[in-house]
Design a protein around this ligand. Structure first.
Ligand code: UDP
Length: 239
């Protein structure tokens, strides 16, 4: 692709975003920086940026193959990818298949309990407020998204869940829960953006329930890099 990387327009906790010579595209660059608990815990997971970049791109390609529109355009290097320029809807869109993390704490449910159906919840992306849970009517009342956009987002989230659950089951991994973000194209179309990686999903080994995701960093469990490599190895080994 014949575009030039220009100025950095945003730096998040795990990625930097750059403008390019074509306003329809950004370049994202994945870092090894890891944070948890809204930035209270900081660290580095060596090689994470490369794995999250390549793994997200594999997931986006797989989802595109199932008719789900994503921001993915082209992998440029180990850490850099061209994506479609979108305005991110400031929501963390969370789907859960099995209870874990904040859900388990909030409702007093043991981690690992299978849910009778997948759940969908939203948090408002706002670090200063600690990403509070937000319901559908609040989202519409505050103008964060319209009812029509919410409907598209729900469809997107459940579609991603169906595809990812099936994919990970085929490599011996249980998809416990995950977070996605949606973006608006200039014409208003909602597409899948951000990343799909062990930073944003919980993955448990299907046989042993071993955690293969960022919880190993959040909870100081050790073998963090190994978990990222294990997941990536299973994905790429599959071909
Ligand atoms: N998640 C994320 N970013 C966040 C919060 C959550 O990617 O800022 C992901 C997390 O990795 C997990 C899912 O969303 O796969 C559900 O997370 P939960 O609400 O249980 O929060 P946590 O226990 O991680 O605080």
């Amino acid at each position: 692709m014949n575009i030039t990387k220009l100025n950095q327009i945003y730096e998040g906790k795990a990625k930097k975003v750059y403008a390019t010579s074509d306003p329809a595209y950004y370049i994202v660059e994945y870092k090894d920086d890891a944070t948890a608990f809204n930035g209270l815990k900081k660290g580095t997971i060596t090689g994470k940026g490369v794995i999250n970049n390549k793994m997200s791109n594999i997931m986006f390609r797989m989802l595109e193959g199932k008719g789900i529109k994503t921001h993915f355009v082209e992998e440029l290097s180990d850490r850099e990818t061209v994506v479609r320029a979108v305005k991110i809807v400031p929501l963390e869109i969370i789907i859960r298949n099995v209870a874990a993390g904040s859900f388990s704490k909030r409702y007093g449910v043991e981690e690992g309990r299978e849910l009778k159906c997948p759940t969908l919840e939203f948090s408002l992306k706002d670090d200063a407020l600690n990403d509070p849970l937000i319901n559908d009517s609040h989202i519409i009342a505050l103008g964060v998204a319209t009812e029509k956009e919410l409907e598209q987002i729900r469809k997107l989230a459940y579609g991603v869940n169906d595809a990812l659950k099936e994919f990970f089951a085929s490599i011996g991994v249980k998809l416990i829960d995950f977070k996605i973000e949606a973006g608006r194209l200039p014409d208003g179309t909602i597409i899948l953006a951000d990343e799909i990686s062990p930073d944003t999903c919980r993955f448990w080994d299907a046989k042993t329930n071993e955690k293969l995701d960022k919880d190993r960093f959040r909870r100081d469990m050790g073998r963090v890099e190994e978990a990222y490599h294990e997941i990536f190895g299973r994905i790429t080994g599959k071909k």
